[in-house]
Design a protein around this ligand. Structure first.
Ligand SMILES: Cc1cc2nc3c(=O)[nH]c(=O)nc-3n(C[C@H](O)[C@H](O)[C@H](O)COP(=O)(O)O)c2cc1C
Length: 200
């Protein structure tokens, strides 16, 4: 197909799209301002079968293992969602490239194990403070100043810290252009990435 500089180089090329998705994800671990891949939206299904969505910070990407890593508080609602249903989706919209990226994953949680210990030890002291609050995330407060830090009763916050490892089973890419939209999907099937175009 003819390529035109009006379009991104990935426009008609599934291999380039795949590379670009991973490059956006890998760059996403850097806390650069305006980096949309640094704070994807994570969607889970709650215990009432309702969709729930929130922003999370992308901490690590492992392309060979198809993994993206996040941190959270073991007491937060997303953890009970994931305990009942490990399926989760992530959404990134990259306005610079005008790419929408959707990831379908299954999430494993690591709490008080070697993976979570290693991640905890690499956290900055400032980040540890988030996990030292005595009230669970989502608990009602009569006053916003009543969320209190009690590092002495939660092992400096470590007891509340959990690492989420999302294993990617499907990647989807969408690019909208008035002369022709493009949408592609990549599914992990039989130990390989199966790719194809889909109707935008
Ligand atoms: C920019 C940004 C980054 C965030 N990063 C995280 C994160 O990495 N992990 C996390 O658990 N919550 C993070 N949050 C808070 C969540 O979006 C959410 O409000 C909180 O985790 C409670 O969600 P839940 O009740 O659905 O579990 C972040 C919020 C914002 C605005």
């Amino acid at each position: 197909m003819q390529q035109n500089s009006e379009f991104p180089e990935e426009y008609n090329n599934l291999n380039l799209i795949f590379e670009k998705i991973w490059s956006i994800l890998e760059t996403g671990i850097k806390p650069i301002s305006n980096n949309p891949a640094h704070t994807p939206a994570l969607a889970t299904i709650d215990n009432n079968n309702l969709p729930q969505i929130r922003s999370v910070v992308l901490r690590s990407v492992n392309r060979p293992k198809r993994e993206i890593w996040f941190h959270s508080d073991i007491r937060s609602s997303k953890i009970s969602d994931l305990s009942n249903n490990k399926n989760a989706s992530f959404l990134i919209y990259d306005p610079k490239n005008k790419f929408q990226i959707r990831l379908l994953t299954t999430i494993k949680m690591h709490h008080n194990d070697p993976k979570s210990s290693k991640a905890w030890n690499n956290l900055k002291p400032m980040s540890k403070i988030c996990y030292q609050v005595s009230q669970a995330p989502g608990t009602q407060l009569s006053d916003p100043l009543k969320a209190i830090n009690t590092p002495e009763i939660n092992n400096e916050g470590r007891d509340n810290f959990v690492v989420l490892v999302a294993k990617i089973i499907e990647l989807e890419w969408l690019y909208l252009h008035h002369k022709g939209h493009r949408r592609a999907r990549f599914n992990w099937l039989n130990n390989n990435w199966d790719s194809g175009w889909i109707t935008p």
